[in-house]
Design a protein around this ligand. Structure first.
Ligand code: MRU
Length: 350
């Protein structure tokens, strides 16, 4: 996707490709400041992914793909240009471990690289592949929005979501938040409850901001308020995204997702996971095989630089958890809806 800072129908875009550089909306500063950072090389892009300038499983895959294009542009004058681009792919792959979209996108770029005869050819060819990855993500999100409507009530209801799965986390439109957009446009949504999503606050800083911008009614809640909200009966579906879905239908997503699934089952609320097929990893049998990223304890000890814990206290900070398939009512991908996911149901689609 090229220049077009924000699109009404897709939400606020956070990844803009300008042909010779990549611009990323710095998601660490939202919603207070809207600052765009520019990148000219793959190492900068890898750092941006690791440091959360850009985040969200599909978004980091798309960003990494453009990082490979930048590597090809810079390697143009090297005799070993192919090896240089291959090294850049390895560096991009080392940025974050859990979202499989990153490795999926980089594998597509590596495969395309193998077909290129010259550095000039590589720049054109890799650009085409990165733009295709970007455009396919947007198309998948729109399709998932339509598929999901087919299994939800016609009369308006409230939903609860976790983390940020909107335009900011994808190429545009969003996964779980894409379904929210589709519900709203269909007149079937009363309100979105947005978990604030400690410790990084993707829910309060990003989801609440995205929904407010679109005029979709949103109520922000502390993560620990979810049980009380679900008990009241207004929320009919919990809708979340995913960072990796394994062959048996287990789902890795933002820390706190698993507890929400347990709560939803207890309260008779349906639980939906929305993710493109680039998030599906049929090579892993179950969620136990997924590498779960742990980030620095400082992300829990302080909130935006303000200390909220004793200095140096020990912290456990896994940033994803695994929801077992049997707590999930539906996985929605662009290929359709998988109800009550299992190995058999997953194999039938993937
Ligand atoms: O650590 P983050 O912000 O990259 O985690 C993001 C999530 O967990 C999202 O729910 C997931 O990537 C799906 S985004 C469409």
């Amino acid at each position: 996707m090229t220049d077009s800072s924000a699109s009404d129908s897709l939400g606020t875009l956070a990844i803009l490709w300008h042909g010779d550089h990549l611009a990323l909306l710095d998601q660490r500063l939202l919603p207070d400041d809207e600052i765009w950072l520019t990148y000219n090389d793959a190492q900068g892009v890898a750092d941006a992914i690791r440091d959360m300038v850009v985040r969200g499983a599909p978004a980091i895959g798309i960003t990494a793909a453009y990082g490979v294009v930048l590597a090809a542009q810079r390697a143009g004058r090297d005799a070993d240009w192919k090896m240089a681009v291959g090294d850049a792919i390895d560096r991009l792959a080392a940025s974050r471990p859990t979202a499989v979209n990153l490795f999926w996108a980089l594998e597509r770029m590596r495969t395309r690289l193998q077909t290129c005869a010259s550095a000039a050819d590589a720049v054109a060819s890799l650009t085409g592949e990165a733009e295709a990855i970007h455009a396919e993500d947007v198309a998948a999100n729109r399709l998932m929005g339509q598929h999901a409507l087919g299994i939800m009530p016609d009369s308006p209801f409230a939903v609860l979501t976790h983390c940020n799965t909107g335009a900011l986390a994808t190429g545009g439109y969003g996964t779980a938040l894409g379904v929210v957009r589709s519900l709203w446009r269909a007149g079937r949504l009363t309100r979105v409850y947005a978990d604030e999503t400690r410790p990084w606050l993707q829910g309060s800083r990003l989801t609440a901001w995205e929904l407010q911008q679109e005029g979709i009614p949103v109520t922000l809640n502390a993560d620990s308020a979810a049980a009380q909200i679900l008990r009241r009966g207004e929320v009919r579906w919990v809708i979340v995204g995913a960072d990796r879905i394994t062959a048996n239908g287990d789902v890795a997503n933002k820390i706190g997702t698993y507890s929400l699934a347990v709560l939803a089952r207890h309260h008779g609320v349906k639980f939906m996971v929305v993710a493109p097929s680039s998030t599906v990893d049929m090579a892993l049998q179950s969620g136990a095989d997924i590498p779960i990223e742990e980030r620095d304890g400082s992300e829990v000890r302080a909130v935006r630089g303000v200390s909220v814990a004793p200095d140096g206290v020990s912290v456990y900070n896994p940033v994803f958890d695994v929801t077992p398939a049997d707590l999930i009512d539906a996985i929605v991908t662009e290929k359709g809806v998988i109800e009550r996911p299992s190995l058999e149901a997953m194999r039938a689609v993937f």
